[in-house]
Design a protein around this ligand. Structure first.
Ligand code: ATP
Ligand code: MG
Length: 541
């Protein structure tokens, strides 16, 4: 394990890779070498220090993917601050909750994203901004917040412009920054990352330098990431997939990070991979599905791709096969992880045999213990499913400000309980069966939605499918499938059920079949089945 702070590691990496490309942001037309990235990060770290922010204080960032995000990630770490990733999809009330929950001192925000105006929302929450000097905010609803920094050149009343924080630092300021760096400890908090909110309210996981730096390192090692690699990152930086498995991972291995856009746009990703000759690509399964099914998919040259990561939700075998065959990602790997474990615990390697690589999430990472237990906490035999638990350097410090919830998740022996059902194979690789909360009990039979989804993905007309359980008087629960058909296709529920007849057990054939255009989804691209269930409840009465 590295036993270093992110700041120290970052400095060394920038030194080593000086002229190499570090950061390419297409939508901002930015192309920085490692040396340039370090220069900017140092300026920003000194800029943040000039605001009087003290080590350990929390600074929020509320933005989609932009260069400023990457700068903040490393500058905050160097200044000893705890960066708080705020969901770009949040609205006023959620922002207020998150900022107050972690007592943010400063908030850095992007001007706007899609149809939401971030500046308008913060001014609504803190009208005091209009008649205060920057740094002197004292808002009734945001009592801890002093500074609001707007990305860009333009300063608005009560706010700073991000560019003001990038003023060239003096030699003395740089020396002080180095001295501060020497006092920081690798096991201190550096980041509060919120979980995706797939099953309900997002939880703020407090992570240390040690947690995420090592995890980023091992993730890249399993992909054989090298300085020649260019990693396309369409997943949000606000989530660990973007900032640990993406940007931090690139710094760990001297590779270049390439951002195709602010949010996910399939065409922009395809174009970026072609134009930047990207060698690696990250995504959640739904992203890969929309790339593969994009009407112009065939027009792009993706032959530069070699590896990348699919993770975050169940990765259907069919999708993996198409990614390997049609996107040339022969060395694609699958990861299983959760925000609370920095995030990755299991990962396939680039040389894992194909059959294992498409159907399992690989084996435990180095220095991470994984066990699968029954309801009484006993380890189950290989092949039997139970709850997956993880222990090791990667387990978070805790949920910020929530002792009780932390104790419920991490037991006295240090095991993080995932809430996911899994089974371990003889060779140590693991199959994720599904979330405990998503398991359906129909007429006394346990049914795992994942299994039915995997089967339905074989239907040629189906682009995306999600299966849930809905309450039923007779059977306790009944199965319901939401299906999104490929462009221009039509199908009936009878046709889908006929496809299942004789192929899967009768009790696994969905009673309800809904054809939809979209699924309720988190900003990280995960399907929120609890919202699907809620909608079906309303519909069925
Ligand atoms: P919340 O905890 O707020 O409900 P979340 O669990 O989706 O949201 P994350 O920490 O982003 O928040 O995601 C971790 C979860 O994602 C895991 O517990 C697991 O259910 C799922 N997951 C991650 N990788 C995989 C994978 N490869 N296959 C199946 N599921 C996965
Ligand atoms: Mg979770």
């Amino acid at each position: 394990l590295l036993g270093q702070t992110i700041g120290r590691f970052f400095d060394e990496a920038c030194q080593r890779h000086g002229d190499r490309l570090a950061l390419r942001v297409r939508h901002q037309d930015i192309r920085w070498s490692y040396a340039e990235l370090k220069r900017q990060v140092d300026s920003l770290a000194c800029g943040l220090r000039r605001l009087g922010l003290q080590p350990g204080e929390r600074v929020g960032i509320w933005s989609q993917n932009r260069a400023e995000w990457v700068l903040m990630q490393f500058a905050a770490a160097k200044a000893g601050l705890v960066l708080v990733n705020i969901n770009p999809g949040y609205r006023r009330a959620e922002l207020e909750y998150a900022l107050n929950k972690v007592q943010c001192r400063a908030l850095v925000l992007s001007p706007s994203f899609k149809s939401s105006d971030y500046v308008a929302m913060i001014r609504d929450l803190a009208p005091e901004l209009d008649h205060c000097q920057p740094g002197e905010l004292s808002a009734a609803r945001l009592p801890d917040l002093r500074w609001v920094v707007r990305m860009g050149q333009q300063a608005l009343p009560g706010m700073l412009a991000f560019s003001q924080l990038l003023a060239a630092p003096s030699e003395q300021e740089l020396a002080e920054l180095r001295a501060l760096g020497d006092t920081l400890q690798f096991d201190e908090a550096v980041n509060i990352q919120f979980t995706s909110g797939t099953t309900g309210y997002p939880k703020g996981a407090t992570l240390s330098h040690h947690n995420i730096l090592n995890n980023a390192w091992f993730v890249g090692a399993a992909m054989k990431l090298r300085p020649e690699d260019r990693l396309c990152i369409p997943v949000p930086l606000y989530h660990c997939f973007g900032m640990v498995m993406g940007s931090l991972c690139c710094v760990c291995h001297g590779a270049a990070m390439v951002f195709p856009g602010e949010g996910f746009d399939a065409e922009a990703v395809l174009e970026t991979v072609e134009q930047e000759r990207c060698t690696a690509l990250h995504g959640v399964p739904t992203m890969f599905i929309s790339l593969l099914d994009h009407p112009r998919f065939g027009e792009f040259d993706l032959t530069s791709l070699r590896t990348g990561i699919m993770a975050g939700s169940p990765c259907p075998v069919e999708v993996m096969r198409r990614v390997i065959e049609r996107m040339h990602m022969a060395e694609v790997t699958i990861c299983y992880g959760m925000t609370e474990t920095s995030p990755v615990s299991l990962q396939s390697a680039t040389d894992t045999p194909l059959a294992q690589r498409v159907s399992t999430v690989g084996c435990a990472h180095p220095h991470v213990e994984v066990k699968i237990v029954d309801a009484e906490g006993r380890i189950v035999p290989r092949g039997v499913s139970g709850e997956l638990c993880v222990r090791g350097y990667s387990v978070m410090l805790g949920y910020w400000g929530d002792e009780e919830m932390t104790r419920a998740a991490i037991d006295a022996a240090g095991w993080m309980h995932s809430g996911d059902l899994a089974a371990m194979n003889e060779d140590g690789s693991v199959n994720i069966v599904g979330r405990v909360k998503d398991m359906v009990i129909r007429g006394g039979e346990n049914v795992y939605p994942r299994e039915i989804e995997e089967f339905l993905y074989r239907h040629p007309k189906i682009q995306e499918v999600q299966v849930i359980g809905v309450p039923d008087v007779r059977y306790g629960e009944e199965l319901c499938a939401w299906i999104r058909l490929r462009d221009g296709e039509q199908a009936s529920a009878e046709e889908i059920r006929a496809f299942c007849q004789g192929q899967i057990a009768h009790y696994k054939i969905p009673r309800y079949i809904e054809f939809v255009d979209s699924f309720p989804m988190t900003v990280t691209g995960k399907i929120q089945k609890y919202l699907m269930r809620r909608q079906m409840l309303e519909k069925l009465g």
